[in-house]
Ligand binder design. Structure first.
Ligand SMILES: *Cc1c(COP(=O)(O)O)cnc(C)c1O
Length: 227
């Protein structure tokens, strides 16, 4: 587990360097450690080194790890595709959901969020490249979904998330992230209060930070290849 500790220090440095290069305060970029298909002991190693935020894509796998690390007081983000029959477990056990793309899911999460927990933090996933195979609300459908989510009592709309098509090269990678930033700005101009852009992964976090990412979701670069 020495490698996880080392990688964490290295990535934290790279995030801070990118933020400073972009003229930003490094404290405005949060590292979300994506632990899907990684064993709980790697999560514990990262937690011991100070990492607090972890992301999981699969409900049952996520619940197992939340329980296995319950002594650590970690913050759990659901970043996978969420089916309506699994919303209750997510509403009861996670702190964030990054992948809302339908009002039906948002409504279920709000109604199933336990009263003794703070509102569930959510981001809307936007299908920025209009890919048929990918989840996410369309650019056209975003304003209506965002407005409707702000009406739900037990979720708190924090911002937008995207998972763009793979691009090579820094400038090409910036382009979809710039569009997500612009979409968030448009929503803010229409009166919404947002503070989160969840964008950037192992291969493109630098471009995302240049375009304003506040949460970068990093798996492989931190934990190694998934098993
Ligand atoms: C797996 C995953 C990541 C992490 O990807 P890496 O390339 O391993 O950093 C980030 N976001 C989402 C939505 C993912 O599914």
């Amino acid at each position: 587990m020495i490698r996880v500790t080392k990688n964490l220090a290295l990535i934290s440095d790279l995030l801070a360097i990118a933020a400073r290069e972009a003229g930003r305060d490094p404290d405005t970029v949060k590292l979300l450690a994506v632990s899907k298909k990684q064993p709980a002991d790697k999560i514990l190693a990262a937690a011991a080194a100070g990492q607090r935020d972890f992301g999981e894509n699969f409900v049952h796998e996520g619940l197992d790890k939340i329980h296995a690390t319950a002594a650590e007081d970690l913050t759990w983000h659901f970043i996978g595709h969420l089916q309506s029959n699994k919303t209750r477990a997510v509403a009861e056990n996670f702190d964030w959901v990054h992948t809302i793309d339908k009002l039906k899911i948002a409504k279920r999460l709000s109604s199933q969020r336990p009263d003794d927990r703070p509102a569930l933090n959510v981001c809307l996933q936007v299908n920025v490249d209009a890919e048929e195979t990918k989840s996410g609300v369309s650019v056209d459908g975003l304003p209506e979904l965002a407005a409707a989510c702000t009406e739900l009592p037990n979720i708190r709309l924090r911002g937008l998330m995207c998972l763009p098509a793979i691009r090579q090269g820094f400038e090409a990678q910036r382009e979809p992230f710039a569009r997500l930033r612009e979409l968030a700005l448009q929503l803010e101009r229409s009166g919404l209060t947002l503070d989160t852009l969840s964008m950037g992964m192992s291969a493109d976090f630098r471009a995302a930070i240049f375009e304003g990412a506040t949460i970068v979701r990093i798996g492989t670069a931190l934990f190694g290849e998934r098993t």
